[in-house]
Design a protein around this ligand. Structure first.
Ligand SMILES: [Zn+2]
Ligand SMILES: [Zn+2]
Length: 230
């Protein structure tokens, strides 16, 4: 056993067994999203592109997600977001089936001037939590694919967590006007891949995308680790 494992023992984020941040049996339980879906109607769509008929409701061009927010996947996200297991989370991501990377590479290959933009937290929430989970995920992606990270948005409204609001319409209202663009020049002619840990209705990412599109960026994409199926 390596010395690091003795000094910093690993516990599975799924079942709490000793040995690894994601044990082989929990790894098998992850519900991968094998068939990409449209963020608006949540019906299958090629490469997760927003259907033409759905685009009037949504400024996001295409969405990529790794797994469903349930079972082991839910446990991993919760421990990452509310706990202290950031390193283990990144290690666990490294163990996942790599098919999600094909969808990300599809976006990268077909999209010039692509930059990553983690969805910001309100400053009060950032102070309380101590880190922005979206930023950690963006840095993970950057380490794998060498894409620039920019932070053009500020979150000006400290909204209650979307998970506490059940209805899709109210989720939209909850985050309405929540983001303001701080640096216009950062996004001109850029394609922006928004990054977050989780989306359910997509209302937060859609609101962030609206603010970006208002100021002349090119297309907006979304990458999340998990999708909370409605
Ligand atoms: Zn386990
Ligand atoms: Zn659709």
């Amino acid at each position: 056993m390596c010395l690091l494992n003795i000094l910093f023992p690993k516990w599975c984020m799924g079942c709490k067994s000793y040995g690894s941040p994601l044990c082989p049996s929990c790894l098998k339980e992850v519900s991968y999203i094998r068939e990409p879906i449209c963020i608006v109607c949540q019906e299958p769509s090629e490469h997760g592109k927003t259907h033409f008929r759905c685009q009037k409701h949504c400024p996001i061009h295409q969405t990529t997600t790794i797994f469903q927010y349930k079972g082991v996947g839910k446990s991993i996200i919760k421990q990452f977001k509310y706990g202290l297991r950031q390193r283990d989370f990144i290690d666990a991501l490294g163990k996942l089936d790599k098919s999600w990377a094909n969808e990300l590479d599809f976006i990268i290959c077909h999209t010039p001037n692509l930059v990553l933009s983690p969805i910001p937290l309100h400053k009060n929430k950032l102070k309380k939590r101590g880190f922005n989970q979206a930023e950690i995920i963006a840095k993970f992606l950057q380490s794998k694919r060498k894409i620039l990270i920019i932070n053009p948005l500020i979150r000006t409204k400290n909204t209650p967590p979307q998970a506490q609001i059940k209805d899709r319409t109210h989720r939209g209202q909850n985050v309405k006007g929540a983001f303001v663009l701080k640096e216009n020049h950062l996004i001109t002619n850029k394609n922006i891949l928004l990054v977050d840990d989780l989306y359910t209705s997509g209302a937060t990412a859609i609101e962030a995308a609206r603010e970006l599109k208002k100021h002349n960026c090119d297309k907006v994409y979304l990458f999340t680790i998990a999708h909370g199926i409605r």
